[in-house]
Every structure is written in structure tokens, then in C-alpha cells.
Design a protein around this ligand. Sequence first.
Ligand code: SF4
Length: 204
Amino acid sequence: MENTIERTDTAELLARIEARDRLTFEEWKAVEDTASTEELGRLADKMRSGLHPDDVVTYVVDRNVNYSNVCVSVCTFCAFYRKPGSPEGYVHSYEEIFGKVEEMIDLGGSGVLMQGGLHPDLPLDYYTGLLRELKTRYKIHLHCFSPPELDHLAKITGLGVEGLLRELRAAGLDSIPGGGGEILVDEIRRKRRTHCNTEEWLNV
Ligand code: SF4
């Protein structure tokens, strides 16, 4: 649809966002097309300070570690995965991961976000042993494994999601990222050839 909303309407739309009014798709599109980055930044900051008036903003310094790019899924948008057996596939050794974590700690970091592909047969011991080592050696926050990885691992280990999470938690897992949930509509997920469907993702 052609964008017929004039620039003069942008201020009104921004005021409605600030008032937490619900915008239509076309109105959001108009905001995206006409509002400047500075205007959106100012509005975001205003809303943030409304929610958190103590004027404290926190952030985490961490590092993304991709322990393996081997994956049995073939998501159409993904340039990261390599099929099992590919000469470009890798699984990092613990030592390689320790090196990356130590670089992160040297830069003042306090945790890792660790994710990988859906490896067909990497044993549970690899994951639990790694978590244990990382927690014992470095005492960092372990934010690891997206729902599609966990769903896959729950199936290949036969533990089910709850049983798997108990094992990982006992090994040192602190929290999990929300990767792979960008579009929770199965029609789209099937087109993208994503392994984990909406119900499975939400189940995790
Ligand atoms: S599951 Fe993850 S790594 Fe595997 S193809 Fe999809 S996005 Fe890539």
C-alpha cells in the first residue's frame, strides 16, 4: 500500500506511541519511513526513563561462542550451518572455547552466549562437561543453547525437554537465549525449512 501519511503526521504518531496507543501496520510503516533515527532514539530513551526512573542503565559485556556449525537443519536464511560430513564443519574443543572465554574475561566480560547448530550426534557429555568446566574455571554467566538446539538435544538424548534442562542446569547453565523464535508461524517456519516448529519452540 502506498504511504499517504505526511511527514507532519509523524509527531502525532510518535506521541501516540509514547502514550502506548496501538498503531496499525500502515502507521508503523509510516513511522519507519518518516521518523529520523534521532527522533526514535529520543522517544525510546524517554520511554525507558519512564519505566526505570532511577536513571541507571545496565548492560552485559559477554561474547558469543559458536561451539559447532554442524547442523541437520537447513534453514533457508542461514549462512552459518554446514551439513554433517562437510569439510568446513567444526566442533570446537574445550581448549579452543577456554581460549575464547579468557579473551572475553581479559576485556572485562562476565559471561558467554553459546550457541551452535543442531549436531546429529554430539553426546550430552560434551555439553554438560563444557558447562561444568566453564563454571568451575571462570565462574561466568552461562547463557547457552537456543530452543531449537534444546528441542533437538532433548530428542536425540531421549531425555525430553525437562529432563535435559535439569541436566544442563545441574552442570552450570544459568539461562537460555530466545534464538530461533523470530517468526512463530508454522507456515513460515516450514517454508524456511526450520526443524523446530512453533509448539516445540514454545514447549522449551
Ligand atoms: S538450526 Fe540454526 S544453525 Fe541450523 S540451519 Fe537453522 S539457523 Fe542455521
